[in-house]
Structures are given as structure tokens and as C-alpha cells.
Design a protein around this ligand. Structure first.
Ligand code: ADP
Length: 259
């Protein structure tokens, strides 16, 4: 009987050890799988602009008699694909650095109301071109200790998306204020909205509601980067959306001051 319980005890200990080791390995395995998926997705996404550049160039070579004007749409396609690839690579680099924990924030006092004003000004020509009414609502000066470049990137990503997914005649509103010692930024649009089942996935890398439509200018990485920037600053990011009505992104950072 003693031998029996000894064996049983040993088996129990071995089983517990195995169970605990396996449980510890699950997160590592999951992280590894995620990394593999990221590399696979990135390679796949890079392939499409390369194919585009290559086929346009080959078609031009087949007709050496054509003038530059006659081939201008192909040249434009190449430029467009090159720009897409540059954007994709820049986004991939940002995420790779963030994964490697190599992206240090350059923290300094920052006036976000001023920053939003500057970025919004840069979007004015696009607003005019797309016939969208862009408004900025800033009633107070909002200050924060933050990385200026990163916050600039965040606002650009959110406004860029608002423009991409809002048809002509729509409105986009960006506002910032302080509430409960938080610096808050809202980016609202009257665009196509996001289906409720997709809302939890929009911050995932490479997730796009409509792969074909957003292929043109989207990388599917913008919101993943935006979320990382907000997290890195200890902030929170949320979204509310209704299909056909519009979308509202809310970002809040602790420690906002207003004057
Ligand atoms: P993308 O480069 O495709 O815009 P993002 O990571 O920035 O990638 O966004 C992921 C997806 O979330 C988009 O493809 C789109 O489906 C959805 N999305 C983001 N912002 C908006 C918005 N303002 N209105 C509607 N859909 C949006």
C-alpha cells in the first residue's frame, strides 16, 4: 500500500510539473505564433505593390514606341504602388521597433491643442478635394507630457482614416479638451461606420473590414500603431460606430492640463 501511494504521489508530482510547464509555455507559443503570422502577413502585403510595379514596368517595355504621355497612367500606377510600399514599410518598422521595445518616447511638455490645429491645417486641401467639411473644436489649451512625433502620427492616422471612410458631403470633427484630469481627443466622422462584430478587431494588425476597397491606400496597420502609441503613453482608446452613420474615436491620456 505504501509503495502504491508513493507511486501515486510521484505520478501526481510529475503530472503537476508537466501541467505547470505546459501552462507557462502557452503564452510563449502564442506569442511565437503571432510573430510568425505577422511576418507572413507582412510578406503577403508587400507582394501586391511589387507585383503592381513589376507588371506596369513590363507592359511599358513591350511598347517602346509609346510616349511618356501615352504611358502616364502606368507611370502613375508605379508611383502609387511605390508610395503604398513606402507607407507599409514605415508602418512595419514602427511595429517591429515597438515589439523589440526599442521605441523610446521623447517626452516633453506638449500643447496638443496646437498640434491638432497644425495637423488639421495640413488636411484642409484633402477636405476640399473630397468635399468634406473638416471642423476643429478647441475651446481650451490642452497640455500633456508626451512624445510630439508620436502624437502627431496618432492624429494623422485617425484623421487619415476618417477621410478614407467618409464619402463626399460628409463631416469630420476633431476636438480636444480636458476632463477629470485627462486630456481627451475625439475624432468623429459621418462616414460608412464599422459593423459591430468587427469593432473588437479593428486594432488588430492587418485587419480591414473591406480588404479590396482599402487596398488602395490602407495598410491595415494604422490603428494597431495608434493603439500602441496610446498604450505607450498610458492612455486609453475607444471607438463607437454605427454602420451608415459614422464613427467616433476617443483617446484619453492621464495628466492633462488645461489653461
Ligand atoms: P487601414 O489602413 O485599412 O485604414 P487601419 O488599421 O487604420 O487600417 O484601420 C483598420 C480598419 O478599421 C479599416 O480597414 C476600416 O475597415 C476600419 N476603420 C478605421 N477607421 C475607420 C473609420 N473612421 N470609419 C470606418 N471604418 C474605419
Amino acid at each position: 500500500i505504501m509503495l502504491g501511494s508513493l507511486v501515486l504521489g510521484l505520478v501526481g508530482i510529475i503530472w503537476a510539473g508537466y501541467y505547470l510547464a505546459k501552462r507557462a509555455m502557452v503564452p510563449i507559443e502564442a506569442a511565437w505564433k503571432k510573430q510568425q503570422q505577422f511576418v507572413a502577413d507582412a510578406s503577403h502585403e508587400l507582394r501586391s505593390p511589387i507585383t503592381g510595379i513589376n507588371s506596369n514596368a513590363e507592359l511599358m517595355l513591350r511598347h517602346p514606341e509609346r510616349t511618356i504621355e501615352e504611358e502616364s497612367h502606368r507611370i502613375n500606377n508605379i508611383i502609387k504602388e511605390t508610395m503604398r510600399m513606402a507607407k507599409l514599410i514605415a508602418h512595419l518598422l514602427t511595429l517591429a521597433r515597438s515589439d523589440a521595445n526599442e521605441a523610446e518616447l521623447q517626452l516633453a511638455p506638449l500643447d496638443i491643442s496646437e498640434l491638432i490645429g497644425t495637423v488639421a491645417e495640413q488636411f484642409k486641401p484633402l477636405a476640399e478635394m473630397n468635399q468634406i467639411e473638416l471642423s476643429v473644436q478647441i475651446t481650451q489649451k490642452v497640455e500633456l507630457i508626451a512624445d510630439k512625433e508620436r502624437l502627431h502620427q496618432l492624429v494623422v492616422i485617425l484623421l487619415d482614416n476618417a477621410f478614407k471612410y467618409t464619402p463626399a458631403g460628409g463631416q469630420i470633427l476633431i476636438s480636444c479638451f480636458t476632463a477629470d484630469k485627462q486630456a481627451v481627443i475625439y475624432v468623429q466622422d459621418t462616414g460608412q461606420g464599422i459593423a459591430p462584430e468587427n469593432l473588437p478587431r479593428i486594432f488588430d494588425r492587418f485587419f480591414r473590414e473591406d480588404k479590396a476597397r482599402s487596398r488602395e491606400s490602407g495598410t491595415g496597420l494604422g490603428l494597431a500603431i495608434a493603439k500602441w502609441i496610446v498604450d505607450k503613453h498610458g492612455g486609453k482608446m475607444g471607438v463607437e460606430s454605427e454602420v451608415g452613420k459614422g464613427t467616433k474615436f476617443k483617446v484619453s491620456f492621464p495628466g492633462g492640463n488645461s489653461r
